[in-house]
Design a binder for this molecule. Structure first.
Ligand code: GFB
Length: 319
């Protein structure tokens, strides 16, 4: 069991809070939650307004805005195939974005910052559930090692700003995220949006067969984006430690069970085939969420309900 984490000072509702990556799945949910909680000066960055890979522009933007807090949900993200195919972009873009943002936030004297990483920072064969202490104890999963290394650099940067400059910056490591507003690209996306799209299209076109990737045996844990956004705001108010904190729901399922869940939610009754030429990735990455639970937070949205909600959203928005 973890000792209760050192509490942070709750964020002032009148403070300027900047959400980097606010057009993405996670950033847009965080911004929505901030507005719903009365943060009248919460602002997002649209990539059309500010290119976070541009060091000078990022510095100018942050030093002009001078936010009290920054939530960093800006990243190049993608599913297993995108990570595997473009390790150079996943490494370089993520390192550049986070370095520019951290440098600018420090120059703008931003005292509170939450950096969002990913559960793929942990070794491929970690103890299950994976405690935060597993970081850097073994080799990474090969399909996403470039992305993972960039995120590990982010965690190290946050710790370093704390140690060297006394900044109250923290890191959170969410498990696989899903929900309304996700990227439903057929090949670049994560498993849940990819399945929702494929099964939905099969039902719409009357196709009798759907092909899914890998063996179906890997296990994954999924957190709904509204739960993740709520957890991020909870951590900003209640957590102030150098160690990253895992964000998950505490249970996982096999990809085969997930496929069955999506088939049910979309009304697909045809045949399912498995494409074994596609990689499985990490066999399992269930997060140990006892540190998060010790801060007094737990998720609300169960997977079946969240999948139904996301299927409905997709059906309404797919055009
Ligand atoms: O969600 P996913 O792409 O990411 O894949 P990871 C999870 C599992 O679902 C893998 C299987 O075992 C896939 O082979 N899968 C089955 C599918 N059908 C599909 C499909 O149509 N599309 C996709 N995408 N997968 C990513 C990392 O790993 O997770 C990132 O590459 C990041 O770095 C992210 O950490 C959260 O969980 O394997």
């Amino acid at each position: 069991m973890h000792a209760p984490a050192r509490p942070a000072t709750p964020l002032d509702r009148a403070a300027t809070v900047l959400v980097a990556g606010s057009t993405g799945l996670v950033g847009s949910a965080v911004l929505r939650h901030l507005h719903a909680r009365g943060f009248t000066r919460a602002v997002g960055i649209h990539s059309a307004d500010l290119d976070l890979t541009d060091r000078r522009a990022t510095l100018d933007y942050l030093t002009a805005l001078r936010p009290a807090a920054v939530i960093d949900a800006a990243a190049r993200v993608g599913g297993i195939a995108a990570n595997d195919a473009e390790p150079v972009e996943f490494l370089n873009d993520n390192l550049t974005i986070q370095t520019n943002l951290f440098t600018a936030a420090h120059a703008a004297d931003v005292d509170r910052l939450l950096f969002l990483g990913s559960s793929c920072i942990y070794p491929k064969h970690s103890p299950q559930p994976i405690p935060e202490s597993a970081l850097l104890t073994g080799p990474l999963e090969e399909t996403n090692d470039a992305y993972a290394i960039a995120k590990i650099a982010g965690v190290t940067a946050v710790r370093s700003y704390r140690r060297q400059y006394g900044r109250r910056w923290i890191s959170a490591m969410p498990t696989n995220v899903y929900g309304p507003g996700d990227n439903f690209h057929p090949t670049r996306s994560h498993v849940l949006p990819a399945l929702i799209r494929r099964f939905h299209e099969a039902v719409a076109t009357g196709a009798g067969e759907v092909t899914v990737w890998g063996s179906g045996t890997p296990r994954r844990e999924f957190v709904h984006v509204d739960d993740l956004a709520a957890a991020c705001l909870h951590l900003l108010d209640h957590y102030d430690e150098p160690s990253p904190v895992n964000i998950g729901v505490g249970e996982d399922l096999t990809i085969a069970d997930l496929v069955a869940l999506v088939a049910r939610a979309t009304g697909f009754t045809g045949r399912i085939t498995w494409d074994a030429s596609r990689p499985d990735g990490t066999p399992r990455k269930l997060l140990d969420v006892s540190r998060l639970r010790a801060t007094g937070w737990k998720p609300r949205i169960d997977l079946a309900e969240g999948v139904r909600d996301t299927v409905d959203w997709y059906a309404r928005h797919r055009a």
